[in-house]
Design a protein around this ligand. Structure first.
Ligand SMILES: C[S@@+](CC[C@H](N)C(=O)[O-])C[C@H]1O[C@@H](n2cnc3c(N)ncnc32)[C@H](O)[C@@H]1O
Length: 340
């Protein structure tokens, strides 16, 4: 230890105590990740000492981050990234911090998408975590990643590029499926905003004060994005192609299942997340839609001021140098979208 400058052990002890006193449930974990971040090393390397004793500038920056964490700023936004199904994505205040439960949505989507070259549309891409994880695991998949937030689209585009997936992921700023050509895609996957807006004040502070509200709330009933998505996905899905969505879980998953079957989808199915909450819903647009539904579908709608996107436009050839990524342990304690 440099004279007068605390060493690693003392810094961690003080930071853990400060975070614990501030009600951070994962105080030691967060203290370690924040120190690793300012030292520019991995979480466990902080104990190995190869980085040398912390210098005053490091200590000052560390104490600043700990103060911000104690005030409720999410760990992932402070360190600037989260691990999601083996890819590391940059996160900022403009995107939802990817949640661990959404990894199970990707798992199911990959199981449903089939084996040939496939075009997937990820609606509400945020950080691009779903698009990146799917493209990273399956070189034959191309993704059109859509977000209504231009700032989120910038983050998603940056993540695709830094993961070497920019040739198979096209990111566009648009409302829902507005720019997508009719009957052109093999899957629509979405983790849309789904919380009733009146619930926002009761969320834990890391979520309420730091995640973008555009990523959280969907009208008074939580369905103002999911409902039109289910309706419009019928227009863009190829016959037999699936729509896979994340919901708030429980009764909202049942509502989504009912909306899907009432809208003419088939094979409606639900899955639970790791906590046992039934959260994911999938269904297929029929291989041969009935005349009644075919007539009812709104065709050729364009939205968001974007040019129409052909299934093949903007997403280059089906292969990439990028293969399966190793699983990266991330800082994520996954601020659940639960109420405080
Ligand atoms: C719950 S976040 C999901 C982000 C990311 N896919 C994930 O799983 O972490 C929902 C995202 O949908 C976007 N969004 C909200 N309304 C939208 C709309 N009408 N069309 C497209 N994207 C929308 C938000 O900007 C936000 O990035």
């Amino acid at each position: 230890m440099t004279s007068g400058v605390p060493g690693v052990a003392a810094l961690l002890t003080a930071a853990s105590a400060e975070l614990e006193a501030a009600g951070v449930a994962t105080a030691r974990n967060d203290a370690e990740w924040l120190l690793a971040s300012v030292l520019g090393v991995g979480r466990f390397e902080i104990y190995l000492g190869a980085h040398g004793a912390p210098v005053p500038d490091v200590v000052e920056r560390y104490e600043g981050l700990v103060r911000r964490r104690a005030a409720g700023e999410p760990l992932q936004q402070l360190v600037g990234w989260e691990a999601f199904r083996g890819v590391r994505v940059r996160v900022t205040r403009d995107v939802l911090v990817p949640r661990p439960e959404t990894e199970a949505l990707v798992e199911w989507a990959l199981a449903l998408v089939g084996g040939d070259a496939r075009l997937v549309v990820d609606v509400g891409t945020g950080s691009g975590c779903i698009a990146c994880a799917m493209a990273a695991e399956r070189p034959e998949i191309r993704v059109l990643a859509v977000d209504v937030s231009p700032a989120a689209a910038v983050v998603a585009r940056g993540n695709a590029a830094s993961l070497g997936l920019g040739d198979r992921i096209a990111v566009v700023t648009a409302d829902l499926l507005g720019p997508v050509r009719d009957a052109s895609v093999d899957m629509v996957v979405a983790n849309p905003p789904y919380l009733p807006a009146p619930l926002l004040p009761s969320l834990q502070r890391e979520v309420r004060d730091w995640d973008p509200h555009l990523a959280l709330a969907a009208g008074d009933d939580g369905l103002s994005v999911l409902r039109p998505l289910i309706a419009d996905a019928r227009r863009v899905l190829k016959p037999g192609a699936p729509l896979v969505v994340e919901t708030a879980g429980g009764s909202q998953a049942d509502v989504a299942a009912t909306l899907l079957s009432d809208s003419g989808y088939e094979d409606v199915d639900q899955r639970a997340d790791l906590t046992g909450t039934v959260r994911f819903v999938a269904a297929r647009w029929p291989a041969a839609p009935s005349a009644g539904f075919a007539g009812a579908i709104e065709r050729g709608r364009l939205g968001g001021g974007e040019a129409p996107v052909d299934g093949n436009a903007g997403v280059a050839g089906a292969t990439s140098a990028s293969g399966r990524h190793d699983i990266i342990p991330g800082p994520g304690v996954g601020n659940a979208l639960s109420q405080s």
